[in-house]
Design a protein around this ligand. Sequence first.
Ligand SMILES: Nc1ncnc2c1ncn2[C@@H]1O[C@H](COP(=O)(O)OP(=O)(O)O)[C@@H](O)[C@H]1O
Ligand SMILES: [Mg+2]
Length: 259
Amino acid sequence: MNVPVVSVENVSVRLGSSIVLEDVSFSIESPLFVTVVGPNGAGKTTLLKLLLGMVKPFKGSVKVLGLNPFTEHSRLRSLVGYVPQKDKVSYETPLKVGEVVLMGIVLRKGFPRVVSKDDVESARRALAYVGMEDHWESFFNELSGGQQRRVLIARALASDPLLLLLDEVFAGLDSESQEYLINVFKTLRMRGRTIVIVEHEVDPIMELTDRILVLNRFVCVYGDPDEVLSEDKLKPIYPCLRTVESEGRRVFILGDTHA
Ligand SMILES: Nc1ncnc2c1ncn2[C@@H]1O[C@H](COP(=O)(O)OP(=O)(O)O)[C@@H](O)[C@H]1O
Ligand SMILES: [Mg+2]
């Protein structure tokens, strides 16, 4: 692809009375795995919403897959998968796992929104991807938190998006679910998909990470992990940063700044 996957230039966003993103610029030129870290309230969720056209900047410009997220929203939504930050998405009407995934596919289609045989096939394939294919008939609300998150990721993946935006899908996940997700991410990366993931800790996804973006209202650092994760760059942003030596690797723990 010759247009950048993401291009954000001098963007500032105001929510209520506060400026939550200030003069943010970064670009993802080609398919990559980008990990966004930053303390609570840093604007990470807002950044993902910006890429989806869900929040509007009062300054600057945003292009995602060559599209303007505000004027070309529906076209963009069919190319981007999004898993919001939430421990439990619960549905008022009890929905089965298969229906949750199908809903994701159908909502991203134009009218008429009819479920086709292909859609069912795509939904089953996406569930198999995250190891949840045996749960088609299970009620979503009765699954464990980790299983629910896997289903939501399957829902985001079912339309085979070029860009996947994930908001803290790793935090607090059981190790089986983490393993499934790591494998899913590896496959997607191999297939040239771009993933932007917001997390508190870089370590569990370090092996996949091509670029790290450290955000704290503005972009503190953005670059290769080796370059970004030098303590002298991170210490001023994370006073509570801890580094631990583990199996010859330095592990960085970006502690929560809300004690
Ligand atoms: N709808 C809103 N109205 C006003 N302030 C908001 C709104 N949503 C988020 N904020 C504020 O914007 C800041 C950034 O929020 P968010 O993007 O959720 O941060 P993060 O995901 O990094 O924790 C926080 O201070 C939060 O309180
Ligand atoms: Mg958030």
